[in-house]
Design a protein around this ligand. Structure first.
Ligand SMILES: [Zn+2]
Ligand SMILES: [Zn+2]
Length: 328
């Protein structure tokens, strides 16, 4: 990657502590938010998933395969689907690939239950346009909870207007594939279908390996619980954490007008999305990690796909940064 970087260097900046920075700029919710109007499908869905968390302590529903499917599924569905697909490809056009691969990445993203591609793209482009200003759909400068998940649970009129999608996601909706996913909430049914497919594969493997139907049910349910439900909860919170934590805590490399931060914990948890100040400083770059320690597995995967000839026109960082300089 270094050979493709320009020779100019961007100094690392030391900014006030996150608490000072956030306390200095408290924001109001967007004017278009009606906090008394609950989005019930979202509230009920998110609540039901979290209510299943105590099942993690039921030994009968545990399997090591299911446990491994949490980080593995985070990589496959969230890093490839949301990070590479929804975010770096559909939202920012950080690289090009054939339609079959683009649609595959988008379907992996759909399997994270984080809204349809068009809605995700529109909301995220709005976030970049108004980042940490009042119209930002999910700034944590309103409150940590608001930036993390509160914004999802109440009506924001702007986010339900057709004109918002015409303005922010027109290019996405010009592809009939994405338009079809919008119709009759097809994207939700795709999520349900992938969950059932994982459970049924587990049922078949468990039945075959134990020789009993009950063994199959046990293994299938463990994959459904850990490999789908808990993985979805995990990927929700690490993705939401980019909007909340990575706009409050961490270091800054780029002097952006927003409060975005490079947060090492979320950089690791999300396979690269947590280097969020880098991303706000150079939004089109397919690479979010820009120093050697800013591990960006999603970008590394994009580079592998490029080497295989499946991905082209990968957008590199505009400016080199001093990789040797320590950061506070
Ligand atoms: Zn972005
Ligand atoms: Zn941001």
């Amino acid at each position: 990657m270094a050979s493709q970087l320009a020779p100019s260097r961007l100094p690392v900046q030391t900014l006030p502590s996150p608490v000072q920075a956030s306390a200095a700029r408290r924001l109001m919710m967007p004017e278009s938010v009606d906090r008394n109007s609950i989005l019930w499908p979202y509230l009920v869905g998110v609540t039901l998933f979290h209510l299943m968390l105590p099942l993690a302590f039921v030994p009968w529903l545990f399997s090591w395969t299911g446990l491994v499917m949490v980080p593995l599924g985070n990589y496959v569905f969230c890093s490839m689907g949301i990070g590479a697909g929804y975010h770096r490809l559909l939202t920012h056009r950080g690289f090009c690939c054939p339609p079959w691969l683009e649609h595959t990445l988008a379907i992996l993203g759909v399997c994270c239950l984080q809204d349809s591609p068009a809605r995700w793209v529109a909301i995220h482009r709005m976030h970049h346009q108004y980042s940490d200003e009042q119209p930002d759909p999910h700034s944590p400068l309103v409150s940590l909870f608001w930036g993390h998940m509160g914004w999802l649970l109440v009506q924001n009129r702007t986010l339900s207007q057709l004109s918002t999608y015409e303005r922010y996601a027109r290019d996405v909706l010009q592809d009939r594939f994405y338009l079809r996913l919008e119709r009759s909430y097809l994207w939700v049914w795709v999520y349900v279908a992938h969950a059932l497919a994982i459970a049924l594969v587990g049922l078949a493997i468990g039945w075959w390996s134990t020789g009993t139907y009950l063994g199959g049910v046990q293994f299938g349910l463990s994959l459904l619980l850990w490999g789908v439900i808990f993985r979805t909860i995990y990927t929700w919170h690490v993705t939401w954490g980019i909007n909340s934590v990575s706009h409050l805590w961490g270091y800054r490399t780029f002097d952006t007008s927003d409060n975005s931060r490079n947060n090492w914990l979320f950089g690791l948890l999300t396979n690269g999305e947590g280097w969020h100040n880098n991303h706000h400083g150079d939004a089109r770059s397919a690479a979010h990690g820009m120093r050697w320690w800013e591990l960006d597995v999603t970008y590394m995967t994009i580079c592998v796909l490029e080497k295989l000839g499946l991905v082209t026109n990968v957008i590199r960082p505009r400016r080199a940064i001093d990789r040797s300089q320590p950061v506070e």
